[in-house]
Every structure is written in C-alpha cells, then in structure tokens.
Design a protein around this ligand. Structure first.
Ligand code: PHE
Length: 330
C-alpha cells in the first residue's frame, strides 16, 4: 500500500493523477482486486480483512482527494499566469446608458425650482377644454387658440397644449400660498426644425395674498434661474401678450453663441428668446374662485433650452431615437 500512497504523492499533474486513480480505484484496479480476494478468505477472517481493507481505502481516498485539490489549485494558478487579461490591450465598451438631453435639461430646471422651495405637480396629458383653454382666459373663438392648435379627442377633450392647465387643477385643489412647478409633455399640431408635435414645458406658478407677489419677484427669480442655466448672461424682459397673464412678458438672454454681437442662431439680434411669463390674469383667479390674491406664472420650453445648451440645430433629431446622435450628448 505504501507504494500506492507514493504513487498518489508523486503524480505531478491532473492527467497523471487520473491514471493513478484508475490504477487504484478503477473497476480493474488494485482495490477491486483486493476486495475480490474476499471470496477466497475463510469466513472467520473475512470481517477483519474487510475492515482493514476499508481503512486502507479510506486513507487512500483521503490522500487522493487532497492531492487532487492541490493539483487543481495549481492548474488554476498556471492558467491565470498564462491567460491573464492584459488590461492594456483593449477597452471593454461601457454599456451604461445616459439621460436623454431633454430629460437632463428638464431635471436641471426642476432641481433649480425645487431648491427654491417650489413643489412639483405633473398633471395629465388629456385635458378638457375648460382646463386647457377656458379657465386660462382663452374662451372659444379667442384668436390666441390658433397658436395652440392641438389634437382633439372625443367629448371636448384635447391633448394639453401647455402645462398651464396644471395651474388650474392645483389652484382648484388647494388654497394660497401656492408655489409650484409643473414639468411634462405637451402637444401641438406643429412640425418643423424648431417644433415637434410633442415637446416639454415646465410651468411655474406662485400665488399669495394680494400684494405679496410682485413683478419684481418674478423678474428676480427668472434672472437667477437663467444665470443658473446659462452662466453670466444678460436677461431682457420684453412686453408681450398671453391671455392668462397681465402684464405679460417674453424673456430673452443675450446670445450665448456670439455674446450679443449678432449671429445666425440669434438671427443677428444678439438675443435668444427663452420663455414666457407674467402676472396671473384676474380672469384666471376668477375661474378658480380665488379672491384678493396676486401671483405670477411662467412657462419654459425644455427643448429650446436643451437645443441651446447642446448646440442642436434640428429639434426633430432629438426624437428620432438614433443612438448615434444621442450618444454625443452624454
Ligand atoms: N403657457 C404658455 C405657452 O405655452 C407659456 C406661459 C406660461 C406664458 C405661463 C406665461 C405664463 O405658450
């Protein structure tokens, strides 16, 4: 038996150990032959013989298992040394995704207003005529409805043309003070290089007791917001018209491409039109049953900002879902 133990001990790779295994433990191996001898042994010695043989078999098995474990570990070490990965050879492509530039911009806008203590209300895509138009001082046949031609559903429902109806829902549901934004998709019947039938807005509304919310509050927050988005730009307020605000303003920043000198992007004006805003019109408060309050509202087009931030020429390209294009804005 000592010879067998030595054989196990001396096997110096897994293949050699396998032949030793067959020699010792195989069907025609040494142990099988030893056990076969049982037949010729007188009955009274059988027990003792079998016992000894089993002890030897157990010893050999233990020795064999241990040797096998050692050789396997050695084989793995050898393989690692031989086939180790050369990390300088090539780069495994990262498969992690990234936010769509529109969502990234929207999140940045939301972050700003949340940091200014605005709450976030999402609202629904389908609105009735009252919430999308009527309550916002856009009665039927009002010419301003023309700019917000949309997709009409049955029974007077529409796909919302702006996030402003969320103002109405929020005011109907709660009492002032209100300090909210509403980010989300909106829909219009438009399609050209700066318009798509679906786009995104972030609406803002602040309402408090009469006299507590002023146009200068609105000016301050929009200036601060636009510098947060674009760095040190000039901000210009131009008189404008929206049915739901009075007075109304359109807000521009000095062109971030030519710094106000005039270029193709700003149509040589030096200014980029960014958003609409104003003091909430008295008729809007009337529609939701508010009295003795004042407030301001604003609406930002998210794509417009994303296009400026990333110098994107054609808005439609953002929604074609071409990964090669989107990858550039990581
Ligand atoms: N709802 C307006 C639009 O979609 C934007 C806006 C919102 C303007 C709030 C003023 C105040 O054009």
């Amino acid at each position: 038996m000592e010879l067998l133990e030595k054989k196990i001990e001396q096997a110096n790779d897994l293949a050699a150990l396998e032949s030793v295994r067959i020699e010792i433990f195989g069907k025609k191996g040494v142990l099988a032959a030893e056990f076969a001898k049982m037949r010729e042994i007188p009955n009274e010695e059988k027990k003792e013989f079998a016992k000894n043989l089993n002890i030897k078999k157990a010893k050999l098995t233990k020795l064999f298992d241990f040797k096998k474990m050692k050789l396997e570990a050695l084989a793995i070490d050898e393989m690692m040394a031989k086939e180790g990965v050369d990390v300088t050879l090539y780069k495994i492509k990262s498969t992690s995704g990234a936010l769509h530039p529109v969502m990234e911009t929207m999140n940045k806008i939301i972050d700003y207003f949340v940091s200014m203590n605005f709450s976030v209300h999402e609202g629904d895509y389908i609105e009735d005529d009252f919430h999308n138009f009527e309550a916002l001082n856009l009665p039927k046949h009002h010419p301003a409805r023309d700019m917000q031609d949309t997709f009409y559903l049955k029974d007077g429902f529409v796909l919302r043309t702006h996030t402003s109806p969320v103002q109405i829902h929020t005011m109907k549901k709660s009492k002032p003070p209100i300090r909210m934004i509403s980010p989300g998709s909106v829909f219009r019947r438009d399609f050209d290089i700066t318009h798509t039938p679906m786009f995104h807005q972030v609406e803002g509304l602040v309402v408090d007791e009469e006299g507590k919310v002023s146009f200068s509050n609105l000016k301050w927050i929009l200036e601060d917001f636009l510098r947060y988005m674009f760095g040190s730009v000039e901000v210009r307020f131009r008189p404008s018209f929206f049915p739901f605000t009075e007075p109304s303003t359109e807000v521009d920043i000095s062109c971030i491409f030519c710094e106000g000198k005039g270029c193709r992007v700003c149509s040589k004006t030096g200014w980029l039109e960014i958003l609409g805003a104003g003091m909430v019109d008295a008729n809007v408060f009337k529609a939701v049953g508010y009295e003795n309050v004042s407030g301001y509202a604003f609406g930002v087009g998210v794509e417009r900002l994303a296009m400026l931030i990333h110098s994107i020429g054609d808005l439609r390209s953002l929604f074609e879902g071409d990964v090669r294009l989107l990858e550039q804005f990581r």
